[in-house]
Each structure stands twice: as structure tokens, then as C-alpha cells.
Design a protein around this ligand. Structure first.
Ligand SMILES: [Zn+2]
Ligand SMILES: [Zn+2]
Length: 294
């Protein structure tokens, strides 16, 4: 990393996290998160390892912690059953959830970890930044919205292709093991699906970085975190009165993706509804109603 962003910090000396954090604190321009970021890269003194640790840990911690509220909701049907979308189905058993956790951990370690290690060299090749300062909030927000729309488009067409017989059997069948999904099933997919759909998440920042030179790793981390949250919520099986789709009608949410698992065809997009509405692929009775009213 470029340690010369500020005037008071020279190239890092070796030391403990705490000692390095003290050095970072000498620069009043750095925010708390920026100090941690500088400390982390200085401590490891190997940018590939430092980026790999941040991205892998962020992925694991955010994925499983975002699943916890849904595990709790399934554990207390008396309180939460009335918000369940497929309310005639029993909530997933502890055994089912545990099997899902084991499978996802295997995918994360065997498929995603090697790709995460490769991410730093790829990021440098495509001209993404990871030095300080962090991007401003406006840039971060605009780029994240762009990534959401580009990923949704990519996801719609690839996911629709996955439902073609041979591709379904070879790639996508694993993800449809659960007709009534729950939070943990968001990344329950074959290794091929993980890699092919994952490109829709990682590809847009790399392409935008290549074109503009203005994409920062922090923006990528925020985008991937929000995309993870979107996927977990879409598989949660619960639709609350405060769900995002009720505030923002273009947003699909769990109400949308649950129908994909339930009726098997239609609602192929990830975050939004527009592609399915435009292409006439809305799932279930809702889709039939739309076709009749045309
Ligand atoms: Zn599908
Ligand atoms: Zn799904």
C-alpha cells in the first residue's frame, strides 16, 4: 500500500497492531476506520495477504451474522410465523440448518477462498485503489447503486439460462433443493453457480475500475456486504411490514424470490423486479394475473 498519503506517516516499522495503531493515530486526518485500515496493511506488510484477510473475514462474519436473525425467527414460530411467506410449510429443522452451514463453509473455503486470494492481483491489474483516504460517501453510494443494477441484469439473464434443462441439471439444481428457502440457503449452490453468479458481483467493480480508475476496495467491500444482505433477506422466507420492497416498489426482496423457489419458474432477477416484468417472466399467480390484464 502507498503509505505516503499523509505527511506524518513514513513507511511502517514492524510492530504489534497496537503499536502500529498508535503510529497511525499521529495523523489527525485519518478517521477511526482509516487508522485501522493503515494499521492492518502495515502489520501484515504483504498487501495480498492483508486484502485476502479483510475480504474473507468480512464475507464470513457478515454472511453468518446476517443469518442469525432469521435463525432466531425460525426458532420462535409463535412470534414470527404470521410473517412467513409459505405459511403452510414447517420451519427448517436445526439439522437442516446445520447441514446448510457445513455445505456453505465448504464452498467458502474450497471455492471462494482461492478466488479471494487472487482478488488483490486482479484488483491491481484493473486499477482499483486501496490506499488512503477512503472514497467520499457520494462516490461510494453512486457506484454501489450502479453495481446493484448491473448485477441484477447479469443475474437475470444467467439465472434464466440456468433454468434451461442441461444447465439446470449441471449447475443450478443444488440451489433449488429448498422449495421453501431460509436465510442460510442464499449461497447454497453448486461450485459452478457460485463462480458464475459471483462474477456478476465482482465483475462490475473491476470493469468500472478499469474504465475510470476511481473504484476503491472499500466501495467493493460495502457493495459485496449489501449484496450478501440482499441475497440472505431474499431467501429468508419472511416478509415484514417494514420490508424494503414496501418502501421501494422496484425492490423484489423475499416476497419476489420466494415465489421463484415455490413455483420454480419466473422471478429470475436478484434485486429488482423490472427485468421480469419487462420480459413477462413474473412467477406464479401474480405473473398469470399480469398476462391476463395485458
Ligand atoms: Zn433458479
Ligand atoms: Zn434462490
Amino acid at each position: 500500500m502507498d503509505y505516503t498519503f499523509n505527511t506524518t506517516l513514513a513507511a511502517p516499522a514492524t510492530g504489534s497492531y497496537h503499536e502500529l495503531y498508535e503510529i497511525a493515530s499521529l495523523n489527525p486526518k485519518l478517521s477511526f476506520l482509516e487508522k485501522l485500515w493503515w494499521t492492518h496493511y502495515a502489520y501484515w506488510d504483504n498487501d495480498i495477504i492483508a486484502t485476502g484477510i479483510i475480504t474473507f473475514l468480512a464475507h464470513e462474519i457478515l454472511y453468518f451474522s446476517r443469518c442469525i436473525p432469521w435463525i432466531i425467527a425460525d426458532a420462535f414460530p409463535n412470534l414470527f410465523h404470521r410473517f412467513k411467506i409459505q405459511d403452510t410449510k414447517a420451519p427448517p429443522s436445526a439439522r437442516e440448518q446445520w447441514n446448510c452451514v457445513k455445505y456453505i463453509l465448504a464452498i467458502h473455503f474450497i471455492v471462494e477462498l482461492p478466488l479471494i486470494v487472487l482478488f488483490h492481483p486482479m484488483m491491481e491489474f484493473f486499477g482499483l485503489q486501496y490506499s488512503l483516504p477512503f472514497p467520499n460517501l457520494k462516490t461510494l453510494a453512486i457506484q454501489t447503486v450502479i453495481f446493484f443494477f448491473v448485477e441484477d441484469t447479469y443475474h437475470y439473464w444467467l439465472h434464466r439460462a440456468f433454468h434451461w434443462g442441461p444447465l439446470y441439471r449441471a449447475v443450478h439444481r443444488v440451489h433449488h433443493q429448498y422449495a421453501a428457502p431460509f436465510g442460510l440457503t442464499a449461497e447454497y449452490a453448486s461450485p459452478w453457480e457460485t463462480m458464475l453468479l459471483g462474477f456478476g458481483t465482482i465483475g462490475p467493480p473491476l470493469v468500472l475500475g478499469w474504465c475510470t480508475g476511481e473504484v476503491h476496495l472499500m466501495t467493493v467491500l460495502v457493495w459485496v456486504a449489501l449484496r450478501q444482505f440482499q441475497a440472505i433477506d431474499a431467501h429468508s422466507g419472511y416478509d415484514f411490514p417494514w420490508s424494503l420492497r414496501r418502501i421501494f416498489p422496484l425492490w423484489g426482496g423475499s416476497d419476489w424470490h420466494d415465489d421463484h423457489h415455490r413455483y420454480f419458474r419466473g422471478n429470475y432477477s436478484s434485486s429488482f423486479k423490472h427485468w421480469d416484468v419487462l420480459m413477462g417472466t413474473v412467477a406464479g399467480p401474480r405473473g398469470k394475473k399480469m398476462k391476463k390484464s395485458e
